[in-house]
Design a protein around this ligand. Sequence first.
Ligand code: NAD
Length: 259
Amino acid sequence: MLKGKSAVITGSTSGIGLGYATALADAGVNVMINGFGDADAIEAERAKLEAKGVKAVYSGADMTKPAEIAAMIAEANDKLGSVDILINNAGIQHVAPIEDFPDEKWNAIIAINLSSAFHTTKHAVPLMKARGWGRIINTASAHALVASPAKSAYVAAKHGIAGLTKVVALEVAEHGITANAICPGYVWTPLAEKQIPDTAKARGITEEEVKRDVLLAAQPTREFVTVEQVAALAMFLCQDAAKSITGAILPMDGGWTAA
Ligand code: NAD
């Protein structure tokens, strides 16, 4: 049922976003990927998506810039033919106690992790309303539900996106559009993987112990969530079977927020 639809996925040049794009393209959905990184590597990922038999285009729009975001949604509509699915996923992190938290890091995290979703949604909703169908999926985090020290901006942005998700869900409920937030715990992305050998060396423990006792201390399963699991939940939310799931803040965190 998704074949021929089109999706915009912000922050999809790596990690979870690329996982969404891959799952959508596998289901026959045209995709616009977005994010930063090495130009050749991005082109290689775009070509891999296109090889699945869908249209795949790349936008380098900076999620801190509202005008670039508006242009990205218009470009997706022009080049892909519609914007049926919007996944707000771009995100960054900075860890520091509040008294040392740099103002520019606060502003960047609020802009990328929260405000960009306001701007994309604002421009995508009229396109979805016109077609009477849409899916808006926001990558929030377990940090949309609980806090951790030294993550003031990230936790504020993720709690904020949970609120935004609920408001949008109410506003579009009678238009065949749903809006939901997925709240992953620690996800096995290249970002997480890269930290492990250094942490093991620094603490004099094994890589397995780093995963279990350091990164996954909060996660009762002591296992990373995978990119594929997050993408699979998003794919379910895109189905007609999920049309009554809206305004939901859905944890996928190995039990973290049950504690
Ligand atoms: P990642 O670093 O692999 O991906 C982040 C993406 O955002 C990249 O494509 C990057 O280029 C893009 N990006 C960063 N700044 C941007 C900007 N100004 N404009 C456009 N794109 C920009 O990280 P990830 O782990 O895949 O994270 C993706 C999302 O998942 C984020 O919102 C993150 O908060 C959330 N999340 C991650 C985890 C985890 O453990 N990895 C857990 C919960 C939630």
